[in-house]
Write a protein that binds this ligand. Structure first.
Ligand code: AMP
Length: 420
């Protein structure tokens, strides 16, 4: 047994399951790549201050779950707990927003780290594919992102998900609501930490999952009643555009999400087959974030979809992705000379774009044919000294079991013709 194990709250992606993760990343990013979003990659760690200021000091993500550390050089860094702050930081640093091409539309895929209590669907290392549209206040942009996420999930065959939608207001109306909510919360019987949270970010108290808290929240002022006319009109336009696209959603006035930077449109994708960790993705508008991290005013909107939970959602719905076998041809060589010749043919096949593999390790016919089976290859190419002496190999169709001799010089063409 190995001495070391994957750290608590993490797991390894290994074949054959790992291919699902690749397929999910591909499926989520495809609609983005098709809609003007450019690929961006940022470091796995950033200045801790970026997240403290961007995501918010009072959030669980920053106050409890961040992997923050000091480097040998004395820098205060943190493993990234989410993608938005980093992407915006990178866009500002590269002055992408100054090139007169707003909105800047970017997509990313990567690993994120949160020191959470691990359970199914909640890990300390997880992966997301995300999208950010930076520098435009346009309800069509909010709608575009929601529609693209919906399209991504549908392309994977997922059906048992719902889209929850809310507006958190803006810097005009949210403070008024915030005060009204704070007044309400002060009259409740809450524990010390929640009282503190109510003073720093009262909206997040609405997100408290504990039943005794939820019971007391009945009758709390509702943000919808406080939205200013501009926010109301904006939200109605987002709703109308999504509806016109045929994307179903539910209005959820309690949806506030665990990050401080959201304004106006917020949304979450939840999957009904996942139990308590039901959020498969989420996002929203963050019009104030750029200024919070020292940039100019850049109203923006984005989302991140969790890859791990999307894979769990596929399993919950019993969806098998249509993933082609990784190997099309498997070569089985019997004897030294055959090994040399077939190894060369495998290289030739690969160069010709045919996924090919080879029986390594000097196995006998039986063991090598087992490898050929396990590889999922459509064809096995078998050759011994006698075949080669005649300039032939045996091409075996692994589905029908039929086998026929093919001239060595014709092998690549013959295989390509049969695979086409
Ligand atoms: P958030 O940034 O918290 O809105 O997360 C966006 C998405 O990332 C969630 O909907 C999940 O799918 C995924 N996610 C967030 N935290 C975790 C975690 N600890 N483990 C697995 N997936 C997560």
């Amino acid at each position: 047994m190995a001495t070391f194990k994957a750290p608590k709250g993490t797991y390894d992606l290994i074949p054959p399951v790992s291919v699902k993760y690749l397929a999910v990343r591909e499926a989520i990013s495809a609609p983005l790549r098709n809609s003007g979003y450019g690929y961006i990659e940022t470091p796995g760690f950033e200045d801790v201050g970026l997240f403290a200021r961007g995501v918010g000091e009072s959030t669980d993500i920053v106050s409890k779950e961040m992997y923050a550390f000091e480097t040998k050089g004395g820098d205060q860094l943190a493993l990234r707990p989410e993608g938005t702050a980093s992407v915006l930081r990178a866009a500002l640093e590269a002055s992408l927003h100054k090139q007169g091409n707003l909105p800047v539309k970017l997509w990313y895929s990567g690993s994120y780290y949160r020191y959470e209590r691990p359970q199914k669907g909640r890990y300390r290392h997880f992966s997301q594919v995300g999208a950010e549209a930076i520098g435009a206040e346009d309800p069509a942009l909010d709608a575009e992102l929601i529609i693209l996420a919906d399209q991504a999930y549908r392309s994977l065959g997922l059906r048992a998900f719902r889209i929850l939608l809310n507006s958190l207001g803006d810097k005009e109306c949210r403070p008024v609501y915030r005060e009204a909510l704070q007044g309400f919360l002060r009259g409740l019987d809450l524990d010390e930490e929640t009282v503190r949270r109510a003073e720093i970010n009262p909206l997040r108290v609405l997100d408290d999952k504990r039943p005794d808290v939820q019971k007391q929240l009945v009758g709390a002022p509702v943000l919808r009643d406080y939205l200013c006319d501009a926010c109301k009109a904006y939200h109605e336009e987002v709703r109308a555009l999504i509806t016109a696209a045929g994307v179903a959603f539910e209005d959820d006035e309690k949806l506030v999400r665990g990050l401080d930077y959201y304004t106006r449109t917020t949304f979450e994708f939840v999957h009904d087959g996942l139990g308590s960790q039901s959020a498969v993705g989420g996002g929203g508008r963050y019009d104030g974030l750029s200024e919070m991290i020292g940039g100019p005013a850049l109203p923006s909107v984005g989302w991140a979809l969790g890859v791990d939970r999307t894979v769990l959602a596929l399993e919950a719905e019993g969806i098998e992705l249509d993933i082609p076998a990784p190997t099309a041809v498997f070569a089985v060589a019997l004897g030294e000379e055959a090994r040399r010749v077939l190894f060369g043919k495998v290289t030739e096949l690969r160069k010709a774009g045919v996924a090919a593999d080879f029986s390594f390790g000097g196995k006998g016919l039986k063991g090598a044919m087992k490898d050929a089976n396990r590889s999922g290859a459509r064809f096995a190419v078998v050759a011994g000294e006698r075949d080669l002496a005649e300039g032939l190999v045996q091409l075996k169709d692994m589905e029908s079991g039929e086998q026929s001799p093919v001239a060595l010089t014709e092998l690549v063409d013959a295989v390509r013709a049969r695979l086409a």
